[in-house]
Design a protein around this ligand. Structure first.
Ligand code: CP
Length: 311
């Protein structure tokens, strides 16, 4: 996988065959999940530690579920009650967990690059569960799996990623993955929330939703990340919704059967209208969550096989 075969740190640098084979494996886990069966032999005797320095509902829970379904011992480390509060550094915390023979370390951190740093210091396989504004690789994989299951392919699809692209690690991972797989990616948002690097990454940039969504197969709304904003990058939630909130009027510019996606958590009435988010035909938001478990099972499977500890 990216950087080395031992860790999953980012989508950038991953090759299409690697991505396809992970999605194929995840596909088999979708069926296993639905059947209610587990494969407890696969990670029996392996320890997975969830180390989340930022809040999470979907990612942390689905890694826990994925690990347990494959037979791992799963520990959710509560950072808020850990020795991090006594001043222990990230690297010392990781070294401590390493000494406990952790096999798989799932890390979310507010600093871009934190999982890459840990990967150089620990024996465990490190999985990036979202680092700052850098990447969220398993989110892009689960998004791709959702689209591929609905449309049968990724190649040639026109996909709009809308809203706060500047602060979005989800957008960055999706741009890398979807572009590598031959989708035609465009970003749509106010100039203050579109990073300069976008055009270098080969995506088209739009500041108007009607133009940006025209004839799109997939429309992905992003959460407005006020917690990462330093200045007045958006006027008010109401004003933002008027121009960039995904409602049925704006969605009407996309293809009539365009899929609606959102990585969650959603700010209803800010970047997406509730009626669109809950539309049973167009919205695949709940399916994204389901695919998250399957994708994380596939990632744990591949990394556990690649990281057999010598005992
Ligand atoms: N999409 C996502 O990363 O959600 P959580 O923050 O709930 O994990």
């Amino acid at each position: 996988m990216a950087v080395s075969n031992r860790h999953l740190l980012q989508i950038e640098g991953m090759h299409p065959p690697q991505i396809s084979s992970l999605l194929d494996l995840a596909e088999s886990y979708v069926l296993l999940n639905r059947s209610g069966k587990t494969q407890r032999d696969l990670l029996r005797g392996r320890t997975l530690i969830n180390l989340f320095f930022e809040d999470s509902t979907r990612t942390r829970t689905s890694f826990e579920l994925a690990g347990k379904r494959l037979g791992a011992d799963v520990i959710n480390m509560s950072v808020s009650t850990s020795s991090v509060n006594k001043g222990e550094t990230l690297l010392d915390t990781a070294a401590t967990l390493n000494a406990m023979m952790c096999d798989l370390l799932v890390v979310r951190h507010s600093q871009s690059g934190a999982p890459n740093l840990l990967a150089q210091k620990v024996d465990a396989a490190v999985i990036n569960a979202g680092d700052g504004t850098h990447e969220h690789p398993t989110q892009a994989l689960l998004d791709a799996l959702t689209i591929r299951r609905r449309r049968g392919r990724l190649e040639g699809l026109k996909i709009a990623i809308c809203g706060d692209v500047l602060h979005s690690r989800v957008a960055r991972s999706n741009i890398h993955l979807l572009s590598a797989m031959g989708s035609r990616v465009r970003v749509v948002g106010p100039p203050t929330l579109i990073p300069a690097e976008c055009e270098r990454l080969g995506v088209e940039v739009f500041h108007d939703m009607a133009q940006g969504l025209r004839d799109c197969d997939v429309v992905m709304a992003l959460r407005l990340q006020r917690e990462r904003m330093t200045g007045g990058q958006v006027p008010s939630a109401r004003e933002y919704f008027r121009f960039y909130g995904l409602d049925f009027e704006k969605l009407s510019h996309a293809k009539p059967d365009a899929l609606v996606m959102h990585p969650g958590p959603m700010n209803r009435g800010v970047e997406i209208d509730s009626a669109v988010a809950d539309d049973p035909v167009r919205s695949v938001i709940k399916e994204q969550v389901e695919m998250g478990v399957a994708v994380r099972m596939a990632v744990l499977d591949v990394l556990a096989r690649a990281n057999r500890r010598n005992v």
